[in-house]
Design a protein around this ligand. Sequence first.
Ligand code: ZN
Ligand code: ZN
Length: 362
Amino acid sequence: MTDYAVRQQCLLESVTTDAFIAVNLEGSDPVSLRYLTGFTGEGALILSPAHALLLTDSRYTEQANQEVDDIQTVEGRAWSTKGLFEGLTKRNLKTITFASARASVYWYEELGKLGTLKLNPQRDPVAQLRCVKSDEELDHLRAAAKIADAALSELVPWIKVGMNEAEIALQLEMLIRRSDAEGIAFDINVSTGPNTALNHYNPFHHTTVLKSGDLLLFDFGANVLGYRSDITRTFVVGEASGKARKIYETVLRANCLAIDVIQAGMTGIDADAVARDYITDAGFGENFGHGLGHGIGLEVHETPGLSPLSKDTLETGMVVTVEPGIYLAGFGGVRIEDDVVITNTGCEVITAFPKEELISVG
Ligand code: ZN
Ligand code: ZN
């Protein structure tokens, strides 16, 4: 049995309706299709105990033939609604589970208009299956972390005062794309000065020039066969101020304290609290607004979450980020983010770029 067949079977065990469908329409759900079949194009998957069927159109038929085994492919223009409806009713599949978190209201209404299917929305059944990674998935994530580490190592000596964020981001992207990676994990964040306090910064939108004394933050990753690393490192351009050193040391300590104790059985709330309590005691609790971390895999933000609001408990084989940060508006921010594999006795840190001190660049 292939990995895909095992995943399909696991999914069907959690489904109480006649069938499960996953629909990737205009990029709505590439990961469920890829996870369950290996297919990376647009289409609709119908899974039932007796059927595994992939509906797509002529743009993707040959791609589906190359990527997918053991699943019948059906080509048709209206696969997302009419074709899907016919594919289900022809096989007497009447009650259908789908991921409501991945579907648009428009698609749901259009499918509903066609007839008597009983649609059963569940938040995201495939995402639950994806939390714990197989050995092969862990290898892809380790490779993605390694490529990110290597790209940053090659980039850092090249950086000079006077360069701007956008050209540095482009250079980092080129280094990743020249490697064995499938691509970058998400839009690269290179920020400097006060911009480092903006968590999801776009260097191509603002584009600031590096100045001596400014912080310089990189948040980025590589994508290996769909699996994404997510690493943040913060540097200083030239000489660091006492304030910059202080927040760097606080964030570093919070990162290390969390990594020291995170293991299977711990809740996302407790993991977050280890870092948050330390940062709060240091007087920066108000300046750490986001959660400590999140799962990574085929998506850059997955279950489980490590945050004060998390409902998750860590299990062996999950992969999460550990990314405490302190952000001072108008001054800048420091975040140190590592990717770790959860084990029974602790965690394996798979991002290896040095973090022990605030490194000076430029
Ligand atoms: Zn990140
Ligand atoms: Zn992250």
